[in-house]
Design a protein around this ligand. Structure first.
Ligand code: HEM
Ligand SMILES: [Cu+2]
Length: 562
């Protein structure tokens, strides 16, 4: 047991991140269930919770958002898949700094404990929204959660420390631990995307850490950095927060993109279209994401001339993302498409994300945003971007690498039932919310009964419909967990390479033993990761480690990578 807890093996750390992230995902989803029940049937007892007070409502919404982004999307997509994929796809035996890797998980776990503790202290959990805008977040006599809001900031701070530690490993491992012959441009997309995401995170988080220190000081020792009465400025926080917060969207987006881009060629048996173009556009997206933060301040009194500039940069960011989408379509075009469960998830990622992307253009236009901001349109928009990232991306990667992680195949029939029920319900939850938004229904409202002009029966019916869909979707997750546990013990043995994929993780046992490859069997690399259906070959795939026949070696076979 202590061997498991203290292990420095990247696969075990992957599993720890995965389990913690998914457990937090269940907590975050349970919170969504509680406040959606309150929205649909205001004032009735919510099963497994009871009455929802206004303060509880705020705390639940706040921590739902915080958890889904910082304790689900980041640990699962970056840390769990980064730990799984980077060493295995590069033909390495582990991360370059295994102990920092373990420390990173431990700090992360501590941060989750602190966040949960913030609910149990006097006054309850923090309720000032995941963006924690002052003055609400800065003064205990405004938010009435003196300890809860400080613990919330500390938990987020610890989580950042964990990801700074983790990022060091992801970037250095990709730079230094690649198999002989594996050039940077032979790295699979998911490795690239996690590396770019880690760099983005490290580059954007600094100002927010400074801002958070000032916030804790305002909360605890009575400074007034964000208090106009003492010369402070609440909007300062908004700038510091979103300078980090908007790139953060791309920090979690890019790994999910990488996962889907590695799955799609495998199941369309075609080369990924535009490998380098996709990489350059991903980097462009990352760079651009630093120049858009002020679209969150369109309604907080930004100079209209600045609003114009930020409208342009914001709408511009849809260009590289559209380009990636076209690359996906081109990679599918004319392919032999196999609709396996991972492929269904990978394709639906793009289908749903496009809806989020297109509605984002409306919000990027400052004039329109003044109406949409803070109503259900913006809520539907960002769930159409975040749900594909955090939930669809996770299921895509999990079902694709399950055979490698556990040595057995998942049940396809159960996988497809889970997929179709989840994806249908997801659209049933969020698509109607666009109409609530167009009708001007404000978000972060505890009970519409207090606003008779918003509580019209037709809108209430939509809220009941969305909540019912949520309940069905949550129940459907039982199918997934059953499939997971059942397949782990009873699934068909997977063998090394069940999907006939090219990348290096499929050249070792499933699951890989300690050190990943048996001594002396470490792979060399001869080609890029997406050589599917190459001309003049019998097989429709060409593993990266297969030496070319009668071809001069790209590299001298070297000693096992360190
Ligand atoms: C399980 C399905 C989900 C449902 C039904 C759901 C529902 C909701 C609803 C209704 C709100 C707004 C409540 C209000 O403003 O009064 C909300 C807020 C939010 N959700 Fe979700 N959500 C889900 C999943 C996710 C995921 C996967 C993410 C991100 C990865 C996410 C991130 C957020 C954020 C950031 C907020 C804003 C919190 C705030 O205002 O401070 N949600 N969610
Ligand atoms: Cu933004």
């Amino acid at each position: 047991m202590s061997k498991y807890l203290l292990s420095t093996d990247h696969k075990i750390i992957c599993f720890q991140y995965m389990l913690t992230g998914m457990a937090m995902g269940l907590i975050g989803a349970f919170m969504a269930y509680v406040f959606r029940m309150q929205l649909a049937w205001p004032g009735s007892d919510v099963p497994f919770w009871g009455q929802v007070s206004p303060a509880e409502y705020n705390a639940l919404v706040t921590n739902h958002g915080t958890i889904m982004i910082f304790w689900v999307a980041m640990p699962v997509l970056i840390a769990a898949f980064g730990n799984l994929c980077i060493p295995l796809m590069l033909g390495a035996d582990d991360m370059v700094f295994p102990r920092i890797n373990r420390l990173s998980f431990q700090v992360f776990f501590l941060s989750a404990v602190v966040l949960i503790a913030s609910f149990l202290v006097e006054g309850g959990g923090f309720g000032g929204a995941w963006t924690a805008y002052p003055p609400l977040s800065a003064k205990a006599h405004y938010n009435l959660t003196p300890l809860g809001s400080t613990l919330w900031v500390i938990a987020v701070g610890l989580e950042f420390v964990a990801f700074l530690l983790g990022g060091i490993n992801f970037v250095t491992t990709a730079m230094n631990a690649r198999a002989p012959g594996l050039r940077m441009f032979d790295m699979p997309m998911v490795v690239w995307m996690i590396v770019i995401a880690s760099i983005l995170f490290m580059a954007s988080v600094g100002p927010l850490i400074a801002g958070a220190v000032m916030l804790v000081f305002d909360q605890t020792v009575g400074t007034g950095f964000y208090d106009p009465a003492t010369g402070g400025d609440p909007v300062l926080w908004q700038h510091l927060f979103w300078f980090f917060g908007h790139p953060e969207v791309y920090v979690v987006l890019l790994p999910a993109v990488g996962i889907s881009l590695d799955i799609i060629p495998t199941f369309s048996r075609k080369k990924l279209f535009g490998y380098k173009t996709i990489l350059y556009t991903a980097i462009a997206t990352g760079v651009l994401s630093f120049f858009v933060w002020a679209h969150h301040q369109f309604v907080s009194g930004i100079d209209p001339r600045m609003a114009n500039i930020f409208t342009v940069t914001t709408v511009l960011i849809s260009v590289p993302l559209a380009e990636m989408t076209f690359a996906v379509i081109a990679s599918l075009y004319g392919g032999k498409i196999q609709l396996t469960t991972p492929m269904l998830w990978a394709l639906s990622f793009w289908a749903e994300f496009i809806i989020g992307g297109i509605t984002g253009i409306f919000l990027g236009a400052s004039g329109a945003d003044i109406y949409f901001h803070d109503n259900y349109f913006v809520l539907a928009h960002f769930h159409y971007t975040f749900y594909p990232i955090a939930i669809i991306g996770t299921f895509a990667g999990f079902t694709y690498w399950f055979p490698k992680m556990f040595g057995r195949m998942m049940n396809e029939a159960l996988g497809k039932i889970h997929f179709w029920v989840s994806i249908t319900c997801y659209n049933a939850i969020f698509f109607p919310l666009f109409f609530l938004g167009l009708a001007g229904q404000h978000r972060r409202i505890y009970s519409y009964e207090h606003f008779p002009e918003l509580a019209l029966p037709e809108y209430q019916a939509i809220r009941e419909f969305a909540t019912t869909a949520l309940i069905i979707m949550l129940l459907a997750q039982g199918v997934f967990f059953f499939n997971w546990v059942w397949s782990m013990f009873k699934g068909k043995p997977a063998g090394k390479n069940p999907w006939k994929a090219n990348t290096l993780e499929w050249t070792t046992e499933s699951p890989p033993g300690h050190g990943n490859w048996r001594h002396g069997e470490f792979p060399n690399c001869y080609r890029g990761p997406y050589e599917y259906s190459p001309e003049g070959r019998e097989d429709d795939y060409w593993p990266q480690n297969e030496p070319p026949e009668g071809h001069e070696e790209r590299v001298k076979p070297a000693a096992a990578p360190a």
